[in-house]
Ligand binder design. Structure first.
Ligand code: PMP
Length: 380
């Protein structure tokens, strides 16, 4: 079967990006690399909506999260972790690994961060060094209100660290205006690249903390990255091929227009959700906090989510993601992230209908597809 990768990372890579990555290698201390790095810098700041430097680091998203923590957290620091699923937990665990005293607030898997709780926590504890938040919780398909959290944290000495790994490039974020101090993303999600790069923006408020931080850092040192970027360099040998790809992917995003990119993701999520509802299945996230890039769906009663995924893959070549952590085996997740369009949603839903029918679920073929088509024809 022809294969359709519909998981929330790695995501499909556009042919233009693949072509760019196959260019002959260049030296990372060359003028050509400096020019490439400079071009990327100008473009990626638009995606982050920041006037500050965005560091392109050769590591995975988790490496990006660890970079943020290692540079901000000193042993014994108090941290507020806002947890809405698996990746919120991971962020908290990284902070703990660096010796932070982590105050975890778990909002429940499937729910967004409740701003009233954040406000109360910040009022009770004026001594937080950092607040950790997830823009788009990939494990549940929930979008958090980063602007709202940022407005609350901005009035305190704490830094706001945001995991934007499965959001940035597909979902609007305004790093400066929303008072995000460190924003992290990775290449293999909405940025339309293979895995291997983390991107991290740093505010002036964060630099003051980074400079007096006492945690050990070497490869993950942001001061070292800053020094190198001043000469359009990187501290260590970067993944040059992915830099070529990033340059091309950013061109695609800016040519489409960021507003259009964000609107496209919202439309794909709406169509997916309309289809799921039309099929009588249950969505994990409520409409008001639904992720534009990934949709989590409960497998119907009597059908194991992983059996459904197996049929989809074997018979139709479609890969959906399964559940993580406490949702393992209960849900499946459909990504509509990065290089994704309307017809991808129709493929996903059409395959889902056939897999459900195969497993004996009473499905009216075409009902979900039709609901998605109607959303597309309405354009909202
Ligand atoms: N945070 C979020 C929100 C993610 O979705 C992921 C990847 N699924 C990560 C962090 C970790 O990224 P990586 O697997 O590249 O280390």
């Amino acid at each position: 079967e022809k294969q359709y990768l519909m998981i929330p990372g790695p995501t499909p890579v556009p042919p233009q990006v693949t072509a760019a990555m196959s260019r002959p290698m260049i030296g990372h201390r060359s003028e050509d690399f400096a020019a490439l790095h400079r071009r990327i810098q100008e473009k990626i700041r638009q995606v982050f909506q920041t006037s500050q430097e965005v560091f392109i680091l050769t590591n995975s998203g988790t490496g990006g999260l660890e970079t943020a923590v290692a540079n901000v957290i000193s042993p014994g620091d108090r941290v507020l972790a806002l947890i809405t699923g698996n990746f919120g937990e991971r962020f908290a665990n990284i902070a703990r690994a660096y010796g932070a005293e982590v105050d975890e607030v778990n909002f429940g898997w499937g729910n967004p961060v409740d701003l009233a709780v954040v406000k109360e926590k910040l009022a009770q504890n004026p001594g937080y060094k950092a607040v950790l938040a997830t823009q788009n919780e990939t494990s549940t398909g929930v979008l958090n209100d980063i602007a709202g959290i940022g407005a609350l944290v901005a009035g305190t000495p704490a830094l706001l660290l945001v995991d934007g790994v499965s959001g940035v490039g597909g979902i609007e974020i305004k790093m400066d205006e929303w008072h995000v101090d460190i924003l992290i993303t990775a290449s293999q999600k909405a940025m339309m690249l293979p895995p291997g790069l983390a991107m991290i923006g740093v505010s002036p408020k964060a630099w003051a903390v980074i400079e007096e931080n006492r945690s050990p850092r070497f490869y993950f040192s942001l001061p070292a990255a800053k020094k190198a970027l001043a000469k359009w360099n990187t501290a260590y040998t970067p993944n040059v091929a992915l830099f070529f790809g990033l340059d091309a992917a950013l061109d695609m995003m800016l040519d489409e227009g960021l507003e259009n990119v964000y609107r496209r993701h919202i439309l794909l999520a709406r169509a997916t959700r309309a289809a799921i509802k039309a099929l009588g299945l249950s969505l994990l996230a409520a409409d008001h906090c639904a992720s534009p890039t990934v949709t989590a769906v409960y497998s119907p009663e009597g059908i194991a989510a992983d059996d459904l995924r197996k049929v989809l893959k074997q018979e139709f070549g479609i890969t959906f993601a399964g559940g993580q952590g406490i949702l393992k085996g209960k849900i499946f997740r459909i990504a509509h992230m990065g290089y994704a369009g309307k017809m991808d949603v129709l493929v996903a839903i059409s395959g889902l209908e056939m897999a459900l029918a195969r497993l004996g679920y009473p499905v009216e073929l075409g009902r979900g597809v039709r609901a998605a088509q109607e959303v597309f024809l309405r354009g909202e």
